[in-house]
Design a binder for this molecule. Structure first.
Ligand SMILES: *[C@@H]1O[C@H](CO)[C@@H](O)[C@H](O)[C@H]1NC(C)=O
Ligand SMILES: *[C@@H]1O[C@H](CO)[C@@H](O)[C@H](O)[C@H]1NC(C)=O
Ligand SMILES: *[C@@H]1O[C@H](CO)[C@@H](O)[C@H](O)[C@H]1NC(C)=O
Length: 545
């Protein structure tokens, strides 16, 4: 194990030295990105109405919003980078008269305050009068936003943030205002997932007034958005034009500068490094981590011998309690769970060995472990899936753990990542995470209420830290609980809405006398269900931006 840690660190050092040859010593900072893309979306104030009076733009461009000879680009409606100038949304928000918005002032301010930032590329996507429901996944506006973001990234840009200014259209109708927070969070979450940028910084503008009676509700919703890396800039106090509906040119300049300050202050810190004290492993939070993973793919085991790896996580029914009664395992191993030389498991001491039940014996400590779904799953995949010749199981489940116990930064999370990285060090492909958890969160409403969001965050974090943005997750729904909120929790689990999450429902499979743990027979059925679902599944592979 010691040797391995050395290997990891030396692999890392090699990578670092190859990327920092310029000045001869190691700098932990990631390379500076030189083409910074910002997405602009929302309604008319983002599109820009500054200087538009009686449906005519006065053509006045203040110094702060002037074009630069080089350095500020905009993605035109036909996806070509052109020199940027106001009105930025002219060919995007085509059914309205466009004037000055915050975009140019934002770009100039960012470049003035951070001279090393490089080129700024603006991607205008806002359209006047649009409601949040018109921006949900599946709508034309959403589709265009994602497509243009991909085009911008495809041409070498790095998407640095979404600037979002919308909400006025949702102040008119009570239902819209009531749904606003939910729709907004969903929009942000979907966008991050579809762009494969789970940490994408979002800077939104809070509405100061509106035409409808529900400005207060929408404004409150904007401030309450409960997602990481979302910053809110307040438009209260900015002057409106005589139409009382839109920010004036000078207000747009002010707003652009506020957005720039917020962006520069909140350039997201690198995520904390992942430290698994118990395993003695530190994985630097650095762009280079994925190369460790990729390198491992390429070296080591090849062809028929490549190890197809599955990570097992969750609580007791994943760890396995089949055949355990009153703290004693009956020792019965059904045919479907028998060992096979082609099924390996990563032990607690980080070595591969032939897998056998109970798979979690040295992981879910101080409890009596029995049969879980893992061995059946592996045997079934070997039998039915032609491309699988060698399987590696990485048990990580711990009984009675709550979803909070698994959040990024926790001991369980860090151990999972560390074990996953160890698992691929001599070759192998991480195929999926098998996840069976939730029972611990059925006792209190506060745990149930945010379960879906927490699980979605967890999945995005895992994919991000493993640098496997499309990694399939097999989510087993809860079929039993000691807590009273089983149905509500199942609703949350069913609501998980991310690509490549495969749901399996063991409801109705036999339980042991304790009423919460699956019997051995039930675990065999569950393992087969999971294997079948996995083998049938066609991953939705999105290219990494
Ligand atoms: C805009 O139109 C209104 C009504 O037609 C008129 O009273 C007003 O003077 C116009 N304002 C400007 C700045 O042209
Ligand atoms: C523009 O922004 C101002 C300030 O937040 C707000 O009062 C107004 O309702 C907005 N107008 C539209 C059409 O969004
Ligand atoms: C298991 O029990 C031992 C001895 O009682 C204790 O030191 C250890 O912390 C326990 N481990 C876990 C994971 O609970």
């Amino acid at each position: 194990m010691f040797a391995f840690v050395w290997l990891l660190l030396s692999a890392y050092a090699r990578l670092v030295s190859s990327t920092t040859q310029n000045d001869g010593y190691f700098s932990p900072a990631p390379p500076r990105q030189s083409f910074n893309v910002f997405l602009l979306a929302g309604q008319s104030n983002m599109s820009g109405r500054g200087g538009v009076i009686n449906a005519t733009w006065d053509g006045v461009v203040p110094p702060q919003s002037q074009p630069r000879a080089s350095g500020i680009l905009r993605l035109s409606a036909n996806d070509v980078w052109v020199n940027a100038k106001e009105p930025l949304h002219k060919d995007i928000d085509v059914n309205n008269v466009c004037g000055v918005g915050p975009g140019m002032a934002f770009a100039n301010s960012v470049m003035n305050k951070d001279s090393g930032i490089g080129v700024v590329g603006l991607v205008p996507c806002a359209v006047g009068g649009t409601k949040i429901s018109e921006w949900g996944r599946g709508t034309a506006l959403y589709g265009r936003l994602v497509r243009r973001a991909e085009a911008a990234a495809g041409s070498g840009g790095v998407i640095r943030a979404l600037l979002w200014y919308q909400g006025e259209a949702d102040t008119v109708n009570h239902e819209d205002a009531k749904m606003y927070k939910w729709r907004l969070e969903r929009f942000f979450t979907h966008l991050r997932a579809d762009l494969q940028l789970p940490q994408l910084p979002i800077i939104q503008v809070a509405l100061a007034s509106g035409t409808g009676p529900y400005v207060g509700t929408v404004r409150k919703a904007q401030f309450k958005v409960d997602l990481p890396n979302v910053k809110t800039v307040d438009a209260a106090g900015l002057r409106l034009q005589p139409d009382h509906l839109h920010l004036s040119t000078s207000s747009q300049v002010q707003l652009g500068e506020m957005l720039a300050d917020t962006f520069l202050q909140s350039i997201p810190a690198l995520p904390a490094p992942i430290q698994s004290k118990e395993l003695g492993i530190i994985i630097p939070a650095n762009e280079e981590t994925p190369s460790i993973i990729k390198r491992s793919d390429a070296d080591g085991l090849r062809g028929n011998n490549v190890r197809h790896i599955f990570i097992l996580a969750g609580q007791s029914n994943m760890a396995g309690r089949g055949g355990v009664r009153k703290g004693i395992w009956d020792g019965f191993i059904p045919r479907e769970c028998e060992p096979n030389p082609a099924i390996h498991r990563l032990s607690a001491s980080l070595t591969w060995e032939e897998a056998r039940e109970p798979l979690h014996a040295d992981i879910d400590l101080n409890k009596t472990v029995g049969i879980g779904p893992g061995m059946v799953f592996a045997n079934t995949v070997l039998q039915k899936g032609d491309r699988f010749k060698v399987i590696g199981l990485v048990p990580c489940a711990v009984g009675a753990s709550s979803i909070n116990d698994w959040c990024r930064g926790s001991v369980l999370y860090n151990n999972l990542i560390a074990r996953a990285i160890v698992a691929i060090k001599d070759g192998g492909i991480i195929e999926a995470i098998l996840w069976y958890q939730g029972e611990r969160d059925t006792f209190h409403t506060k745990d149930v209420d945010h379960y879906k969001d927490k699980l979605e965050h967890l999945i995005l974090d895992l994919r991000n830290d493993l640098r496997l943005p499309n990694l399939p997750v097999i989510e087993v729904l809860l079929s039993s609980s000691n807590g009273p909120l089983l149905d509500a929790l199942r609703e949350e689990q069913r609501g998980v809405d991310l690509p490549n999450v495969i749901k399996v429902d063991p409801l109705g499979l036999p339980l042991q006398p304790d009423g919460v743990h699956l019997t051995t027979v039930a675990q065999v059925s569950l393992g087969e269900m999971m294997a079948d679902a996995f083998l049938k599944f066609k991953p939705n592979v999105q290219k990494r931006l």
